[in-house]
Every structure is written in structure tokens, then in C-alpha cells.
Design a protein around this ligand. Structure first.
Ligand SMILES: Cc1cc2nc3c(=O)[nH]c(=O)nc-3n(C[C@H](O)[C@H](O)[C@H](O)COP(=O)(O)O)c2cc1C
Length: 450
């Protein structure tokens, strides 16, 4: 524990704990949350563009990273960690390496935290070493409640094995944080009572493991968590239902935490990181245009680009919704009216093989065949997206709208589970917009950066 706190950031109350030379000070920061799919390089650059102070990358599992090769992309200077996929257990070897993680060393310098999924100190250390020289911090995911993560002891399962959690963190501090001079942090959930959470000591979390992503945040344990962290010289970053920079700064004041982290509001419109004084929320087309620019510059995977564009572009934009209008970067720019991006989009389509995939030959096929292929691909993508998102605690959504602060129901003042309702026949959940919280529910979450 002592070694753990020695390399992490320093709240004002513990002025002697140094910030690691290559690490970052989490205090006073409004940051982008780790998000599988939605936290790839272009989204992080977009958040930074609109004023995020720090960005967390998507959770990456230790085994995916171990053995990855680091290379610099000569076209854009990004650092890519690549490896050959296992090819789903098929006997034939994959012929093309996949990019597991991509970093912009210039624009993300001193601002990027890598999030790791692990249940073993040794694997965690091996994986963290692969990226440690290129990031400012390593964060351990101890909050993901999904079976994909918890069945092998990762994510929120670590909260039930605090000795293992501490062993991983101590190993990371000793073997990675100290030699690389970067911070080690952990993102956790609260337990159902303040006493249980407090007993975790180093580790806290403001959302109970069974709570659903759309349930409203619980903040009653925040001050206690922040106090524990501060006594240990550890910064505490809150997360859960923070929707803008200004709101995050106000919550930091109110609860005495060091920073605030934003996830879903940033997915919907990353300009939430811009304060009202600096212009506040930007229009969707400005945000989507900037996003496309970053996607093209960083050679982002097209499916991933389209996933977040679906969040950023309002549903009424019919041209974009037509699949035949957005099969390539160039097509997508054209239908959204981002003409100036087309010259850079065309060579990228060629490099990624998109132009070829949707060649004239394909378009000349009978309509029926085209639609069945498209449908099969859409189903496959949706299934893959679901798995990854669930694994990291996020739900797959097609589109989202910024959720105004605290309008989806009252902030819960206790983390005790709500009493089971009786006397009503079982029926479907109350209807509401697919992407907004159902009013009777509760959301969560805070986080500690240990
Ligand atoms: C699409 C998506 C993916 C997520 N992936 C991760 C992840 O990789 N690691 C993690 O710790 N949390 C992940 N989360 C949880 C968020 O980081 C955050 O804790 C949660 O959404 C609550 O914050 P919010 O109220 O600002 O959305 C994910 C959430 C979403 C919506």
C-alpha cells in the first residue's frame, strides 16, 4: 500500500507525495472515461480538441497486448501496437496483423492513461510494460460487471478478491509505475454499504456491481471515499452522470473529489468538455466533421468510425442513414457534406481496401443479394459490438442524445438496494426513449485513481 501511494498523484493534503516524472496530476481535471469502441484514438483526439484535460483509452485485456509489436506508422506518426489475431480458433493463420491499440504521441503526450483488464499480477505487468513507455498512466479496470470480464476474475470480480486486486496494483507500481515513472490507478465501483466500501481501503467505487448502466449515480459515499484517498495520498476522480466540464467542476467542489470523468455525454457530443464560457456545446455537424478529420488522419477502422458517427449524427440526417451512402470514408464525407475531407478520404479508402470491397462489381449484384449480405454483416457487427461493450460495462446503443444533468430521476442518496416492489403484476419495463435513462432507475459510479 505504501509503495502504491508513493507513485500516484498527490492531493493537496499530502504535498510530499510526488507526481511521477512521466505521469500526470489528476487534480482539477475533467477527463474522458475509458470506453471500449467509443474510446479509440479519434474519439480521444476529439475530446482533447474540445478541452478534455486527460483521456483514458478503452480497456485492453492483458493477453491481447502481450506479444504485440510496437511500430510507428510512417504516414501519420502514430504508434501502433499490432498482432496477428488468433483467427477464432480456425486452423488457417490470419494474414493481416490487427492494430490492438493506437496512440498519437504528439497530441496525447502527457495526457493518455491506458486501461488494462487483468486478473493476474504477472500478466498485468507483462502487458503494461508493452505500452508503459508511451503513456502517462496505467489504470486497472476493477469495475466491469459483465460476465465476460468477471468470469475469469477481472473487472468487478476483483472487488471480491481484494488481496488479488492489491497484489496486481502493487506489482504494477513496483514493476511498471516506478521504473517507467508513470502513475498507476484503479477504476472501481462502490459496494452496497459505506462500511463495506470503506473496508476495501485503497479502493472504492461509487456504483454497486449489480447496478445497471442507466441507473442514476449514487453519490452518498463520495466524500468518504475522497477522504480515504486523500489520507493515503491518492487522487480521487469521480464518474457517473457527469455531463459537462462546468458540472464536473461544481461536483468536484461539492464532494471534495479531485477530478471528474465523463463517458456517455462525451460519446454523444465531445464538446461537453468545453466550458460555457468558452462556447459550450457545439452543433453536431461541427463535432462530427472534426471527428471525421481525426478518423481519417489516424486511419481508424471504418466500422469503428461509423459506430461513433451514429452517436454524433442526429437520426434525422437521412442521407447518412442510407447504407449505400456511407460504405467508405469518401462516401460518408460526401453525404454529410464534408467535401473538404474527401481528398484525404479517397487514398485512405484505398489503403483500407474499402473502395474495393464496395466496388462497382458488388453494386451490380441483384438487389436481393446485396440486401441479404448487408443484413448479415450488420447482424455480425451488432453481435461483436454487443460482446465488447458488455464486457466493459457499456451497452450497445445506436444513437444517443446528451443527457441533461439529473433529469432522468433523482440522484440516489443511498447505495442500499431499492426495496423489491410488490403488489404489481410483472410486466414490461416502462417505456422510454431507447437511449435515455428510465426515470425510476438509478445510475452510478465514481472512481478512484489509486
Ligand atoms: C460504450 C461504453 C464502453 C465502456 N467501456 C469501458 C471500459 O472499457 N472500461 C471501463 O472501466 N468502463 C467502461 N465503460 C464505463 C464508463 O467508463 C463509465 O464508467 C460509465 O459509462 C459511467 O459514466 P457516465 O455516467 O459518464 O456514462 C464503458 C461505458 C460505455 C458507455
Amino acid at each position: 500500500m505504501t509503495s502504491l501511494t508513493a507513485t500516484v498523484s498527490t492531493p493537496a493534503q499530502v504535498p510530499r507525495v510526488p507526481i511521477p516524472a512521466n505521469g500526470v496530476d489528476y487534480r482539477g481535471k475533467i477527463v474522458l472515461a475509458p470506453m471500449v469502441r467509443s474510446g479509440e484514438l479519434p474519439s480521444r483526439l476529439l475530446a482533447l480538441h474540445y478541452g478534455a484535460d486527460l483521456v483514458w483509452g478503452p480497456e485492453t485485456i492483458d493477453r491481447a497486448l502481450i506479444g504485440a509489436v510496437r511500430q510507428v506508422n510512417p504516414r501519420n506518426g502514430t504508434v501502433e501496437f499490432t498482432r496477428y489475431p488468433s483467427n477464432g480458433g480456425r486452423t488457417e493463420k490470419a494474414t493481416k496483423a490487427s492494430v490492438i491499440y493506437r496512440i498519437d504521441p504528439a497530441r496525447e503526450k502527457d495526457r493518455l492513461v491506458f486501461q488494462l483488464g487483468s486478473a493476474e499480477p504477472e500478466l498485468a505487468v507483462q502487458a503494461a510494460r508493452v505500452v508503459a513507455g508511451d503513456v502517462s498512466g496505467i489504470d486497472l479496470n476493477s469495475g466491469c460487471p459483465k460476465p465476460f470480464s468477471t468470469h475469469c476474475g477481472m473487472g468487478a470480480a476483483l472487488l471480491k478478491t481484494p488481496d488479488k486486486l492489491v497484489a496486481i496494483l502493487e506489482a504494477l507500481v513496483r514493476e511498471v509505475g516506478t521504473p517507467f515513472n508513470i502513475g498507476i490507478s484503479v477504476k472501481i465501483r462502490i459496494l452496497s454499504t459505506a462500511e463495506e466500501t470503506e473496508a476495501l481501503s485503497l479502493t472504492v467505487h461509487c456504483r454497486t456491481t449489480p447496478m445497471r448502466p442507466r441507473e442514476r449515480a449514487i453519490r452518498d459515499q463520495l466524500r468518504m471515499i475522497a477522504d480515504i484517498c486523500h489520507k493515503a495520498g491518492v487522487a480521487c476522480v469521480m464518474n457517473g452522470d457527469v455531463t459537462s466540464r462546468d458540472e464536473g467542476l461544481a461536483l468536484m467542489q461539492e464532494y471534495g473529489v479531485d477530478g471528474a470523468m465523463i463517458a456517455t455525454a462525451a460519446e454523444a457530443n465531445s464538446s461537453c468538455f468545453r466550458s460555457e464560457a468558452a462556447g459550450g456545446l457545439a452543433d453536431w455537424d461541427e463535432v462530427a466533421r472534426e471527428y471525421m478529420r481525426f478518423c481519417i488522419e489516424s486511419e481508424n477502422k471504418f466500422n469503428n468510425t461509423k459506430y461513433l458517427l451514429n452517436m454524433l449524427v442526429p437520426g434525422k440526417h437521412k442521407e447518412f442513414r442510407k447504407p449505400e451512402n456511407s460504405r467508405t470514408y469518401a462516401d460518408t464525407c460526401r453525404c454529410l457534406g464534408f467535401e473538404e475531407l474527401i481528398p484525404a478520404a479517397i487514398p485512405l479508402d484505398e489503403r483500407l481496401g474499402l473502395a474495393e470491397r464496395w466496388s462497382e462489381k458488388w453494386l451490380e449484384q441483384p438487389e436481393e443479394k446485396k440486401h441479404s449480405e448487408e443484413k448479415a454483416k450488420a447482424v455480425q457487427n451488432a453481435m461483436q459490438n454487443n460482446e465488447t461493450a458488455r464486457a466493459a460495462g457499456g451497452e450497445t446503443r445506436v444513437k444517443s442524445t446528451p443527457v441533461p444533468a439529473h433529469t432522468g430521476g433523482p440522484i440516489r442518496t443511498t447505495s442500499k438496494p431499492a426495496p423489491v416492489k410488490t403488489g404489481k403484476p410483472k410486466g414490461p419495463e416502462p417505456e422510454g426513449p431507447a437511449d435515455l435513462p428510465v426515470p425510476s432507475e438509478v445510475v452510478q459510479q465514481s472512481q478512484v485513481t489509486a
